[in-house]
Design a protein around this ligand. Structure first.
Ligand code: ZN
Length: 311
């Protein structure tokens, strides 16, 4: 199984079109949404709701960026990171431009704001000085150093969110031969955790000697597989195993359950023979389960019959 001795890694090939399309798509999404954000921040007095709208603005921009970047075939995560920095700056700038346009009740033209960073910067300095809103029951407006610190925290929050959401995921798979992204397909079979240690070893050894020992389960914890396969060239396939468990936490008097996912190994390169034997094994196991259930149901029905005859 020599093909199994490696894990897939992105080639790191740079394509300028990636970040370029990403920034274009992201900007097209951010332009209208920045107005939603601005009106919400200006007129909705609930901070929590504002936070959600602000998060939605960042999230939608990131989704658009990611779509654009993948269309541009960029496989360099560092380049993706640089594109993300530009995207964050644009998103923040558009948000501020729309906000000032709304705050000054359209007295400054939006076009002027959006094309003149200097004006926007001066307005930011000015608004830090004077403030424009109050917090809680106090009558004093939030301004000065405290407001500046809040704004810096907000900007850093945006940056963190964008880097975490936009930057090309290292688990992405791209077929260099066919020049296309290959999506991971999750498999429905719930696999017993008996092989957890063996699969953890797979992460270091890159071999899978456990296919014949696979067993299914019906409950937590379990392991699920996901596969990528390039159907065009039929020469690139990867396998990922994830352990899913329920963690119960004691929070005061209440217990809280939380789903926890752990990658046992990721994007192991598999040859077609291995890929097929895994698929066949899982299918075989699922078939056995179906037969078992059928037999149980028949058994149950047979036991019910005589009783209903008596009645
Ligand atoms: Zn291919």
């Amino acid at each position: 199984m020599q093909d199994d001795l490696k894990f897939y890694q992105l080639s790191g090939k740079i394509n300028v079109m990636g970040p370029a399309l990403g920034i274009l798509f992201g900007t097209l999404a951010a332009l209208p949404l920045s107005f939603v954000y601005a009106y919400a921040v200006r007129y909705i007095p609930f901070i929590y709701l504002n936070f959600l709208i602000s998060l939605g603005y960042a999230f939608a921009t990131c989704v658009a960026y990611t779509i654009g970047e993948k269309m541009g075939h960029n496989r360099s995560r560092f380049f993706s990171f640089l594109g993300t920095l530009v995207m964050t700056t644009i998103a923040l700038y558009l948000a501020w431009s729309a906000f000032f346009f709304v705050l000054f009740q359209h007295k400054i033209s939006y076009f002027q704001l959006v094309t003149d960073p200097k004006t926007v910067w001066l307005l930011i300095e000015k608004i830090i000085e004077t403030g424009w809103f109050t917090l809680g029951s106090t009558k004093e407006t939030v301004s000065g150093t405290f407001y500046m610190v809040l704004l810096i925290i907000e900007a850093l929050g945006y940056l963190w969110f964008f880097v975490a959401t936009c930057v090309l995921d290292k688990a992405s798979v791209y077929c260099e031969e066919c020049s296309k992204w290959v999506d991971a397909v999750g498999m429905p079979s719930l696999i017993s955790c008996k092989l957890e240690n063996a699969m953890t070893q797979t992460a270091t050894m890159g071999t899978i000697p456990w296919i014949d020992q696979l067993e299914l389960t019906k409950d937590f914890p379990f392991i699920v597989f996901s596969m990528t396969h390039c159907s065009q060239c039929n020469r690139l396939s990867t396998l990922t195993a994830t352990k899913v468990e329920m963690i119960t936490k004691q929070k005061g008097k209440e217990t809280e359950s939380e789903k926890k996912e752990t990658k046992l190994f990721q994007n192991l390169l598999v040859n077609n023979k291995t890929r097929e034997s895994i698929l066949n094994k899982l299918q075989e196991l699922e078939q056995i389960e179906i037969e078992k259930e059928k037999a149980m149901l028949e058994n149950f029905e047979n036991r019910q019959k005589p009783e209903s005859d008596q009645a």
